[in-house]
Each structure stands twice: as structure tokens, then as C-alpha cells.
Design a protein around this ligand. Structure first.
Ligand code: FES
Length: 106
């Protein structure tokens, strides 16, 4: 039996606040698109960071990803294209600029 997870997408600046309840075993990017939440992307294979989001609560696992370090993931950053929810999650979308600032330490 698949688990049902509640995913809450938020981004204050972009006026995004949407909740979806799903038992589909698909990447976060796909689940968002199915609900007309348009997240940025380029590669869709975990190799570019375009789709980066930040987990406010909950847990995510990646099937594959080549750009994030363990510390980045501990900070909550994850890639929506290869990230799968393993619990209810609150997800801050469109984090590419924030991630770049975080990496520069500013
Ligand atoms: S779209 Fe490139 S890492 Fe997700």
C-alpha cells in the first residue's frame, strides 16, 4: 500500500501557497506540475540545481543528484526533479538564488 503525503508548496515572494495530497510515487517536480505549480527546471536529472527547493519540514530522498553536498541537504536544500517525499513536507520553491547566496556565505 502506498503512503499518502501532504505536500505544501510555499513561496511568499511569488504568491505560492498550495497544498497537495498524494500517494503517487513520483518526483516532487512532476507532482507539482500535475497541480499546475510551475517550478523551474533544466536537466530534470539532478545535475543542474535549477529546480532547487528548500525543505522547511518533512523528509525527502533523492534517486540521484550530483550537485548537492551533505551539508546542503542538511540545510534543507533538495532537487525537485529527483527528490521524492517520504513524509508530509513543507517545501519552499524557487530557491536557486537563495542557494547561491548560501554557498557564497552571504
Ligand atoms: S532540473 Fe536540473 S537538477 Fe533538477
Amino acid at each position: 500500500m502506498s503512503t499518502t503525503n501532504k505536500l505544501t508548496f510555499i513561496n511568499e515572494k511569488r504568491g505560492i501557497e498550495k497544498e497537495i495530497v498524494t500517494n503517487e510515487d513520483k518526483p516532487i517536480l512532476i507532482l507539482a506540475e500535475q497541480e499546475n505549480i510551475n517550478l523551474p527546471y533544466l536537466c530534470r536529472t539532478g545535475d543542474c540545481n535549477s529546480c532547487i527547493c528548500k525543505l522547511i519540514s518533512g523528509s525527502i530522498i533523492h534517486t540521484t543528484q550530483t550537485t548537492l553536498q551533505d551539508q546542503d541537504i542538511k540545510e534543507g536544500y533538495f532537487l525537485a526533479c529527483t527528490g521524492f517525499a517520504t513524509s508530509d513536507c513543507v517545501i519552499k520553491t524557487h530557491q536557486e538564488k537563495e542557494f547561491a547566496r548560501y554557498k557564497k556565505g552571504i
